[in-house]
Design a protein. Structure first.
Length: 452
């Protein structure tokens, strides 16, 4: 009996897939089909697969062509499968020509002609492409546009920015460059807000009033009440409003949070996170209030993320210790926040004028989790115990620093609603910290040495 094996994602099963499966089966007597698991597929840059693994397996099963269906979960599995199932022929479409020649060592490799004129990518793109606009100045815009190209079903159509150098760098990628926010909003279904945080409230509000979904670089606003108001407006209009904190969407970070919540280190007693960067401060990049992107608004949301995700948003007491730079009022070179909870504590250090080790440590009653610098874009973390032989290391590939997954999450929420990774209460808690900072609630200024 000749055994044939083939692999694919089989998203939105189409006749190109069926023809491939029929011809694969005709190469032998028994056909094994490997369906690629979501996570594994992401590592190949195939993102925004629309159907779950179960749905895709079921679709392949219903063709009645496969004699056996397996799930492909890891890099290098093909060799293991060929040996395990005794496959005589490995086959895939001609789009992979040459790519799998190394398998010739284990079985015969056959590339079948791909059916012209159809692919899952085209079906996904045609389904409902979301037209996205960008408002703001942050340098992250370039990265965001680049990353959006890996996601099916989204197109960046325009940008409204006062940062001319940023606009010119992305000019050939977007069709609309304008100073008129209303004009941008008229041309899109959703916006990505990366303006100065003091402008978020009005930028988001304008967008929601025009019935556009919003993805906003955290914080949503600098006041708890304003953030609540924006959420209630979004609910009333049936629109999606979510924080963009790319770390929240990265695979290693989200697995780490699950493991910590799952009790791997016992009860969590302390979360200590540090995020700093030493770059020239762009004092020209100010808003009408003369504020620059200070440490607390640039790094605060990311540094607070694991604290609120692991210990909750109901802290008993919060103290903010800050060192103001001299040039501009409200520019904190360095800020340390301590949050006290019932039975646990957190400390967060952020700085744009001070450099430190950007690590994350989560201490528990059985062990601790160590995420090395820069933890906010990590591919790796360790769970460490008193007995070193029990230590475990975890690696996950980081695609686009989490931005790709962030865009996919935003698209999925718009399509199917459901719960977002960064909850509304977490987003409100972040705004509360910003508000306390600006209002001087429990804030100590290191330079003046006085409580504000
Ligand atoms: N295939 C084919 N003809 C097509 C599309 C796919 O023969 N028009 C083959 C691929 O070469 C592969 C298998 O079907 O062997 C599974 O392909 P998959 O990657 O799941 O489908 P695509 O439509 O190519 O998906 P995408 O557009 O996301 O790359």
């Amino acid at each position: 009996m000749i055994k044939v094996i083939t692999y694919g994602t089989y998203d939105l099963l189409h006749y190109g897939h069926i023809k491939l499966l029929e011809r694969a089966k005709a190469l032998g007597d028994y056909l094994i089909v490997g369906v690629t698991a979501d996570d594994f597929d992401r590592t190949r840059g195939k993102i925004n697969v629309q159907q779950s693994l179960m749905e895709r397996v079921e679709a392949v099963r219903q063709t009645g062509i496969a004699d056996e269906i397996i799930v492909e979960e890891y890099e290098g599995q093909k060799i293991d499968d060929i040996k395990k199932y005794g496959a005589d022929i490995f086959t895939v479409g001609s789009d992979w020509k040459g790519h799998f020649d190394y398998l010739n060592e284990f079985c015969k490799v056959v590339y079948l002609d791909r059916t012209q004129g159809i692919s899952s990518s085209e079906l996904r793109a045609a389904k409902n492409e979301l037209r996205l606009g960008i408002i703001g100045e942050s340098p992250i815009i370039k990265k965001f546009i680049r990353e959006s190209e890996f996601v099916n079903g989204v197109k960046i159509v325009g940008i409204c920015s006062s940062n001319k150098s940023c606009e010119s760098e992305v000019a050939e990628k977007v069709s609309l460059i304008t100073d008129d926010y209303d004009l941008l909003l008229d041309s899109v279904d959703a916006v990505y807000v990366v303006s100065h945080p003091s402008r978020h409230y009005s930028d988001i509000r304008t967008s929601l009033l025009k019935e556009k979904h919003v993805l906003c670089e955290s914080p949503i606003s600098l006041s708890m009440e304003e953030t609540k108001e924006l959420y209630s407006l979004a609910h009333k209009k049936g629109l999606i409003l979510i924080d963009a904190v790319k770390t929240a969407y990265s695979t290693a970070y989200s697995r780490m949070i699950l493991l910590a919540k799952g009790g791997k280190i016992g009860e969590i007693v302390s979360v200590d996170s540090t995020c700093t960067s030493l770059r020239n401060v762009d004092y020209s990049n100010t808003d009408q209030l003369g504020k620059v992107w200070n440490s607390i608004t640039s790094w605060g949301p990311t540094a607070l993320l694991p604290v609120f995700q692991l210990l909750g948003v109901e802290n008993k007491f919060m103290r903010i210790i800050t060192r103001m730079g001299n040039k501009i009022h409200s520019y904190d070179e360095f800020t340390k926040i301590t949050l006290e909870y019932q039975g646990s504590v957190a400390s967060v250090k952020v700085g744009k004028g001070v450099k430190s080790e950007g690590e994350l440590i989560i201490s528990g009653t059985k062990g601790y989790i160590y995420v090395p610098a820069p933890w906010w874009k990590t591919e790796y973390f360790e769970i460490r115990y008193e007995n070193e032989s029990e230590n475990k290391r975890y690696f996950y590939q980081l695609d686009g620093e989490g931005i790709r997954n962030e865009i996919v999450s935003f698209l999925r929420l718009i399509e199917h609603k459901g719960a977002s990774i960064i909850s509304e209460s977490l987003s409100i808690a972040i705004s509360q910290v910003m508000e306390d900072f600006y209002n001087g609630n429990n804030v100590v200024n290191l330079v003046s040495g006085k409580d504000n």
